[in-house]
Design a protein around this ligand. Structure first.
Ligand SMILES: [Zn+2]
Ligand SMILES: [Zn+2]
Length: 358
């Protein structure tokens, strides 16, 4: 018995040493397998018909190691749309298996930096990783052409280098960059249908993000299901009107209490300028309790918070962030996280939720 034990320990030790000495090669083999599973994975191809919402960025302008900048992907059947592209969101899109070559259009809600920081990276992935032959389409209110034109110019030299290096078959000059498509929406106009075909209707609607004007949210209607993305907004009657009866409302949120903690900290450090940065957003964002009231008023079925101001570095801050929102809205209420996928089966069926990054 003692001899068997000694032999077993010796064999295990030799195996352990062999694994340790070959750890580099074992890692390369693992990398090969992980790459095959991730680089070309296609989440959309696996989804059943319906309306799906993928959170590709739930952060805000503040540095946040756990959340990319604002980004919400909408999948209607097999059609992929991206609402806003904040910093790092192209990484989340790729990690969720949402192939950027499938993007039909990016829809911008407004032109604050946090909503466009990731656009160029997304356009680059769309172009080179997926051999696009036409530029990434970017739809938005008037002004989108100026944003897209500026980014195209900033990345023009990069485009020439890539084509020269990879060749036009891989990096075709015709697929470089983005094309802007502004939709008409005059001041005071409450909403505009920007796409209505193939059973999918997308409606842009004005929200309240003064002094940013225009600023819009989007409503998606497909196969009897509906999703509304608030964009950046303070309390908005027009949002309530447009969200009426929606299956899912994806709403931005600011916590006056937690933003106040940061403001006080900045003031105590003698940084009144930074204190302003923490206080000013209260005028054009929505506290969770108010968004919950609006969701109740609009009779939406489920509410998801995104665009967290301030960031929540500790998970236990979610309670203080939400305040009494859960008491004010009786339906399912979610604290959105990067990688969350919400699925509404066509016509009817319960909301399904999973996280594709876990
Ligand atoms: Zn924002
Ligand atoms: Zn904004």
């Amino acid at each position: 018995m003692k001899r068997v034990l000694t032999v077993s320990i010796t064999v295990l030790s030799v195996l352990g040493i062999a694994l340790y000495l070959n750890r580099g090669e074992i890692s390369v083999a693992l990398m090969r397998r992980i790459a095959a599973q991730t680089i070309f994975s296609d989440t959309i191809g696996t989804l059943s018909d319906g309306l799906h919402v993928a959170l590709c960025g739930t952060g805000s302008p503040y540095p946040d190691p756990t959340r990319a900048g604002p980004c919400t992907a909408i999948i209607a059947g097999q059609r992929l749309f991206i609402v806003d592209s904040g910093r790092g969101s192209a990484d989340i899109i790729a990690r969720m298996g949402l192939q950027s070559g499938r993007i039909e259009a990016v829809l911008l809600t407004h032109f604050h930096s946090d909503h466009i920081d990731g656009l160029a990276q997304l356009a680059e992935q769309h172009w080179v990783a997926w051999k696009a032959k036409t530029p990434l389409l970017v739809i938005g209110p008037p002004g989108v052409d100026r944003v897209v034109g500026g980014l195209n110019e900033a990345y023009a030299l990069n485009g020439m280098y890539r084509t020269a290096h990879h060749g036009p078959d891989v990096a075709s000059p015709s697929g470089f960059g983005m094309t802007a498509q502004p939709f008409a929406m005059s001041d005071g106009q409450p909403s505009a249908i920007i796409l209505d075909e193939g059973g999918l209707r997308i409606t842009a609607f004005a929200v309240n993000h003064e002094p940013v004007r225009p600023a819009v949210g989007y409503r998606f209607d497909y196969q009897g299901r509906s999703v509304v993305v608030s964009g950046d907004t303070g309390k908005s009657d027009n949002l309530v009107r447009m969200a009426t009866g929606a299956d899912l409302l994806v709403h931005e949120a600011i916590s006056p209490r937690l933003a106040g903690v940061l403001e006080e900290t900045a003031r105590a450090s003698g940084r009144t300028d930074v204190a302003h940065i923490f206080r000013d957003p209260l005028s054009f964002h929505t506290p969770p309790s108010v968004a919950a009231d609006e969701a109740t008023q609009a009779r939406v079925h489920a509410l998801v918070f995104t665009h967290f101001i301030p960031p929540l570095p500790i998970r236990t801050l979610e309670g203080p962030f939400l305040g009494d929102a859960r008491e004010r809205f009786s339906g399912p209420l979610f604290v959105g996280r990067d990688g969350d996928l919400f699925s509404l089966p066509a016509q009817k069926g319960p909301l399904q939720v999973q996280n594709l990054l876990n």
